[in-house]
Ligand binder design. Structure first.
Ligand SMILES: [Zn+2]
Ligand SMILES: [Zn+2]
Length: 425
């Protein structure tokens, strides 16, 4: 078979989709899987899909881009820019989705296109419109600086582009240009990339090291006959050696200070703690209360003793132990070092197909970029780990963290204090 024939194969599928919509996809799941997965068909399938879908965005199309090799994503991104050039704003669905996913997974494939994307702004109205600048190199940073200095006052969208690049030189330039105008606003923009402005310095609130928590399929009770799971996302695979194994689920002897229910056992980490910026303890047992959970406005706080064991802050006030029963199933989780490509993920673009049980790196917030204040020193607490919904509970139920939400955990190292809260859409 030649490339042209694979293109025809891909086109046939997408014509079927155009005629019968998702019914066609549901009755051709096997073909979809074959076309999206096989090394010889996946690029033509993605190129034809982008052309056929036009203004439409389909979650499974976006997710199929995760299966492309970086070199293939580079070719597709080039095709997307060509298509965007002749597409009117507002009708850029699939090509714009290609740019969004590429900017998360392999931003360097967009670097040569940034000056043109600056004009095209394919995802202008979306929260991820600035993300292609994650791939900004030195010359693009310098170009943005020139554009900013030409204006009477540098426009704030350029602050988003510079901060999004995350490099030291881009952050320093953003500080030089925007701190004198409105430093609280610059601080808020920095929060979007896991940083803050304190005492005229930019400080990270996230670690460089990133890990995924990988659970067994039978623990998560994944139903592979469900068309939602026609392929397994790379972040769900238990590839390679785990950096650490940890007991997960069940309860601890310690109780919640608000409701007196035993605390839910989350991860217990030791070996990877220094990489996560945890130096005051050599081992930490992380926990939360499934009943109280907390919110971004009112997190739950825990102090950790010398052995890393948590105690509710403020201390337990309720003396009568609760008889309520809500327990995560017990298992041993693999905490695995994350490949470069999945260092950044996004809750919205992951469409419930990716593994968002993460340790370190930047959190995948749903709506707001909140880093709670430490109750002891009142500094902002760096992010440490997060858990997605659909964790199994004892008795055939699942945990949804307030409704398809996520639980986030933060850590103040000098105070050996953790905070947890839940955010849901
Ligand atoms: Zn509680
Ligand atoms: Zn503190």
């Amino acid at each position: 078979m030649t490339y042209a024939q694979y293109m025809k194969d891909g086109l046939k599928f997408w014509n079927g989709y155009r005629a019968d919509g998702l019914d066609f996809v549901r009755s051709h799941v096997e073909e979809l899987t074959r076309l999206a997965l096989r090394p010889e068909t996946r690029l033509p399938f993605a190129v034809e899909g982008m052309r056929a879908l036009g203004p439409i965005t389909l979650p499974f199309y976006g997710e199929s881009l995760s299966l492309l090799a970086p070199r293939e994503l580079e070719v597709l991104a080039g095709e997307a820019v060509t298509l965007l050039r002749r597409t009117e704003r507002g009708s850029r669905g699939a090509a714009a989705a290609v740019i969004a996913h590429a900017s998360l997974q392999v931003p360097s494939v967009l670097t040569p296109h940034l000056p043109e994307l600056f004009q095209l702004l394919p995802n202008e109205a979306a929260y991820y419109g600035e993300w292609p600048w994650r791939g900004a190199d030195s010359s693009e940073v310098a170009r943005l600086g020139t554009v900013a200095r030409k204006a009477e006052e540098p426009p704030w969208h350029l602050c988003g582009f510079l901060v999004g690049a995350r490099s030291d030189e881009a952050l320093a330039l953003a500080q030089r240009l925007f701190a004198p105008i409105d430093s609280p606003r610059l601080d808020r923009v920095l929060r979007q990339v896991g940083r803050e402005l304190v005492d005229h310095r930019i400080r990270p609130l996230t670690s460089e090291a990133v890990f995924h928590v990988v659970f067994d399929d039978d623990y998560l009770r994944v139903d592979y006959s469900d068309p939602e799971h026609v392929w397994t996302h790379p972040t769900l695979l238990a590839e390679g050696l785990p950096a650490e194994r940890s007991p997960f689920g069940g309860v601890l002897a310690e109780r919640c200070g608000r409701c007196a229910t035993p605390l839910a056992r989350l991860l217990e980490l030791s070996a990877i703690l220094p990489e996560l910026g945890v130096h005051s303890r050599s081992q930490v047992q992380f926990a939360t209360c499934l009943w109280c959970q907390g919110s971004a406005e009112a997190p739950l706080y825990f102090s950790h003793d010398e052995s890393g064991t948590p105690a509710s802050l403020p201390e337990v006030r309720v003396s009568q132990p609760s008889t309520r029963h809500l327990r995560l199933n017990e298992t041993v989780a693999r905490v695995q070092r994350t490949r470069q490509r999945w260092r950044f993920q996004d809750w919205g673009l992951s469409t419930h197909r990716q593994n968002l049980h993460r340790v370190g790196g930047e959190p995948t917030f749903i709506g707001q970029y909140v880093y709670p204040r430490c109750p002891r020193c009142s500094g902002r607490m760096p992010f440490l780990l997060q858990f997605d919904s659909w964790l199994p509970l004892e008795g055939d139920a699942f945990l949804h963290w307030g409704g398809e939400g996520l639980a986030y955990l933060f850590w103040c190292d000098p105070c050996a204090t953790s905070a947890t809260f839940v955010e849901s859409p």
